[in-house]
Structures are given as C-alpha cells and as structure tokens.
Design a binder for this molecule. Structure first.
Ligand SMILES: Cc1ncc(COP(=O)(O)O)c(C=O)c1O
Length: 425
C-alpha cells in the first residue's frame, strides 16, 4: 500500500467513502463532464447529481441551511490538505508559495476577480469573509454611527441579518427598528411601502435581506435601494441565501454593501463568504479586524479581510466551487434551481390542505418554498418525509416546512415529496 493510501486509512477519512474512492483508484474528479455544450436535459442533471457524494436513495432538501460540497471540490481540498502536510518543508514561503500553507494574509486577486464577474463588480470591492455574519458585522461595526441614528431591519431577519444592528443600538444608543413584512409577500410595492413606512429623516441604515431566510422571498431590493439613495440612507443587503440561487448584480441593484454565504447556494465549502462594498462609499467603513493591511487605501476589499490565519484548503475549495459553478454556467444553474422550485410550487398549489407561506408570485421566489400541511406540525411533516422516502427538508417554527431545491435534486425526488403530501390530505 502506498503512503498516500496509508495516510487516508490512518486518518479515518474512509467515512467519506464516495469522494475518497477517487484517491484509492487514483481517479481525480474533473469538470470536463459539466461543460456547457452538454444539453440541459434530465440526463445532464442526473450526471450532475453523480458529482456529489450524497448517498443514493436519500434526498437532501435543506440547501437553505447548508449546501453540500461536490466531489470535485472535496477532492481539491483533500489534496491540498495532504499536500501541505506532506510538503510543508519544501514550501518556499518567502518566494511565492506562502498561500499554500496558510490563508488570511493574501489578497487572492484571482478568486476575487472570478467572484467579481459573478456579482458584477471590481475585485477590489470584494472581501473574502468566513460567512454572511462576518459581512454584516464588518459593515455595522465599520460605520461611524452615533446615538440617535436609526437602523432599519425587517421583522424577517436571520440572526446574521439583525445581530450587529441590535448590538450597535445597545452599545452606541442608536435606535433599532423593524419593518413588518407581509406573509405571504406577493406584491413588491407592498414590501416597499412596509419598509418606507418606518423610515424617518434620522434613518441612517436600511439593512434587509435580498432573500428572506424562512420564506425565500426575493425582495424588491433595486427599488428600495434607489429610494434610499435619494434620501441619503446607507443600504446593506443580506444576501446569505442569494449567490448561486438567483442572479446577483450588485451594480444593477445599486446597494452600498452586500454580503453572502457561498457555502449555501454556491455549494462552496463551509466558511466561504463574501462582502461587497461599493468603491464610492468604502471609505465610510472602518476596518474591524486589523492586521498588516488594515489601512490599505488601494485595495479596500483586501483591507477589510485582514482575518489572520485561516484554512488554506478552504480557499482552494472555494475557488474550485466557483469553477464548478462557472463550468455548468450561471444561467443554466440558476434556471435549473428556479425550474425545480416552480415544479414543487405547482404541485403544492393543487392541494387544498397545503398553505404556502412563501410568495406564489413567481417573480419573487426561486428555490425555497415554505408551507404548512393541515393537521401536522412542521417537525411531524419533516419526520414523515424521512420515514417514508428518506427525504430531508427542514421544519421551521412550529408548523412550517422549508423545502429547498437545488441542481443536485431531481423532479422524481420532488414527485416523491408531493406524493407523500397528497396522501396526508
Ligand atoms: C438570510 C440569512 N442571513 C444570514 C445567515 C447567516 O449565515 P452564516 O451563518 O453563513 O453567516 C443566514 C443563514 O441561514 C440567512 O439565511
């Protein structure tokens, strides 16, 4: 047995059996099967499904919590971990191979450029963060806010969308407010009015989700940011659920700042987040975490990612996940998420004992659908799905089920869920 195989055995990584078969057989996962010239057929998507180590016979419907990682990405990460642990002594840190053995000190311009192309901005407007929560905090803690400044959230925030603003209210004496959102939200104008009802001349920040965590509502953020700009209000969007889920074009939206967790819909490894701050306003944001480059005036995105040592294999996996996404192609990927979401909703709409809490306005929704089934609690519904067909959506609150669909899911899997739900009527 060669040294590499021996290492894998002794490190007990065998539990990750599917991707590590590639090590045993010396096969490496590649992107070649995914190339754009393949047609967008059910066969193509069945092939995509095989790129994930998810077990056959089980269905993951909880991407809203965490995206699974493809074998291609896992392979790149595991190789990186093995490489730096075997080759540490051969790395010439000072002369260029530093990023191989640690992260947190380098600008990663290549990765940031790829990400900039996806969300339409310059790489210097992007910082690599651990996740959405970091993005919110870097913006909130970085702004020079004073007592009496009003900060506006909605009443549908995740903790990674409200925590910083509540903390700032307590610490600095800012006034914290929440706009009450409609449920279900089917009219963008109604949302717009709900937000601006709570805006006053003292409002300094509007911090709202681009996609609402619980319901999956795609908010009319462009319209809201345009109005906020007229009133001189700083806008920061919580896009934790967005990149890889819907098209995100930060310039078209016109927000001041935007953050996302790419370990969700972009299927990047855990700890892959981004923060965008528009170059015209970035000098309003102080660095929160400071190290060597905390004052870098040329590359503000780099200035805001002075995080110290992290996990270099995660950076490798992050870039591999972006390559995986780009190889399938943004439009094909996003259209498939939407197609599956619509397929699920169309099935649910036929059933009188189902109440859909998500938007049923197809312009305001994509891959997350949240619903209740008469006579069952959310946890009972989740349990029934698992016990009958090994399906794993996620219950939220007491009666709702949040059902996410992504490119690794199939219409057959959604049919199984619909059949179960139908039988409960
Ligand atoms: C809308 C929203 N914001 C923020 C977060 C927090 O994300 P993270 O834990 O990756 O920072 C989530 C997580 O589900 C979310 O849905």
């Amino acid at each position: 047995m060669n040294q590499r195989r021996n290492f894998i055995r002794t490190a007990s990584l065998a539990t990750l059996s599917a991707p590590l078969l590639s090590f045993d057989s010396k096969k490496e996962w590649s992107l070649s099967n995914l190339n754009d010239h393949y047609s967008d057929t059910e066969d193509y998507w069945r092939m995509v499904r095989k790129q994930f180590p998810l077990k056959e016979g089980q269905t993951y419907f909880n991407n809203g919590t965490m995206g699974p990682t493809s074998s291609y990405v896992l392979d790149k990460m595991i190789h990186h971990m093995l490489h730096i642990n075997k080759e540490a002594a051969t790395v010439d840190y000072k002369n260029g191979s530093g990023p191989e053995i640690l992260s947190g000190y380098f600008p990663y311009e290549g990765l940031r450029t790829k990400l900039g192309k996806i969300i339409n901005c310059d790489f210097k407007e992007i910082s690599l963060t651990q996740n959405a929560t970091f993005g919110m905090n870097y913006v909130g803690m970085g702004l020079d806010l004073k007592a009496g400044d009003e900060l506006l959230n909605t009443n549908q925030e995740h903790g990674g969308g409200f925590g910083a603003w509540q903390l700032l209210a307590k610490r600095k004496g800012c006034i914290y407010k929440q706009a009450t959102m409609p449920v279900p939200a089917n009219d963008p104008q109604e949302i717009f009015e709900a937000i601006f009802k709570d805006v006053t001349p003292k409002t300094k920040v509007i911090a709202i989700p681009h996609i609402v965590s619980v319901y999956g509502t795609v908010m009319p953020v462009k319209q809201i940011c345009a109005e906020a700009k007229k009133r001189g209000i700083f806008t920061v969007l919580d896009g934790a659920q967005c990149v890889g889920h819907i098209d995100v074009d930060v310039k078209d939206i016109g927000c001041d700042a935007y953050y996302s967790s790419l370990h969700k819909w972009m299927l990047a490894p855990g700890g892959s987040g981004i923060l965008y701050v528009n170059k015209d306003v970035v000098d309003k944001i102080w660095s929160t975490i400071a190290s060597y480059n905390w004052e870098n005036e040329d590359d503000h995105g780099f200035r805001l990612m002075q995080n110290g040592t992290g996990n270099p294999a995660q950076i490798t996996g992050f870039e591999a996940a972006v390559d995986f996404f780009n190889t399938i192609g943004k439009n094909k990927w996003l259209d498939r998420v939407k197609e599956l979401g619509t397929y699920l909703r169309n099935g649910l709409k036929e059933m009188p004992h189902v109440t859909i809490s998500s938007s049923t306005n197809e312009n305001m929704t994509a891959g997350i659908t949240t619903y209740a089934v008469d006579g069952l609690t959310g946890p009972e519904l989740q349990k029934t799905m698992w016990e009958r067909e090994r399906l794993q959506p996620r219950s939220v609150g007491s009666v709702l089920l949040r059902h996410s669909v992504h490119i690794y899911n199939s219409k057959e899997e959604i049919d199984k869920a619909l059949k179960i739900i139908k039988s409960l009527g």
